[in-house]
Design a protein around this ligand. Structure first.
Ligand code: AMP
Length: 177
């Protein structure tokens, strides 16, 4: 992966303190999206991270995983599947719940979105505690998808989100904080 590109991506991510609540440092990736060249280079980095084995579906997590995931799917010429927050998908869904710091959250996937044996890459912008990605993995596995790898732009190492994820699935992060 191109080190210079990673440094450009790194320096364009904006830290927003106390958003959405006090104590959180929100990693704002919108400056990457607003720079056409950098957005394209970021997708190049995701393709490098995926490696040789080609997916047949990209599954993206609500909401910034949709942006990177859809661009990645278009570049690879494969389908895109959204994993959405509860109640947003219009058709029949499978759901999975996971714990938040306070309370529970729930994500859903359309029942026909991934076929048994399909090769899937799961993508999101950021790995924090790993709860959301782990729930998304459950949904993909529940439909019989074979997960090639999980890719994130950012990993917040201090939250140890990798520990929540299936250790047998390769997890790649472009930038670590
Ligand atoms: P988690 O389930 O704790 O790994 O949270 C991951 C989800 O929350 C991802 O979809 C992220 O977009 C979002 N998220 C969590 N923490 C942050 C943060 N510090 N900055 C930006 N997004 C975050």
């Amino acid at each position: 992966m191109n080190q210079e590109t990673l440094e450009r991506i790194h320096s364009s991510i904006r830290d927003v303190h106390d958003f959405p609540k006090p104590g959180i440092v929100f990693k704002d990736i919108t400056p990457i999206l607003a720079d056409g060249e950098l957005f394209r280079l970021t997708i190049d980095c995701f393709i490098d991270a995926i490696g040789e084995e080609k997916p047949t579906k990209i599954v993206g997590i609500d909401a910034r995983g949709f942006i990177f995931g859809a661009a990645l799917a278009d570049r690879l010429g494969v389908g895109f599947v959204p994993v959405r927050k509860k109640g947003k998908l219009p058709w029949e869904t499978n759901g999975a719940s996971y714990s938040l710091e306070y309370g529970e959250a729930h994500v859903e996937i359309h029942k026909d979105a991934v076929h048994a044996g399909e090769k899937v890459v799961l993508i999101d912008d950021l790995l924090a505690t790993g709860g959301t990605a782990e729930a998304a993995l459950k949904l993909i596995k529940g439909l019989g998808g074979e997960i090639i790898c999980i890719v994130f732009l950012i990993e917040l190492l201090f939250l140890e989100g990798r520990k929540s994820l299936d250790a047998d699935i390769r997890t790649e992060t472009l930038l670590q904080y």
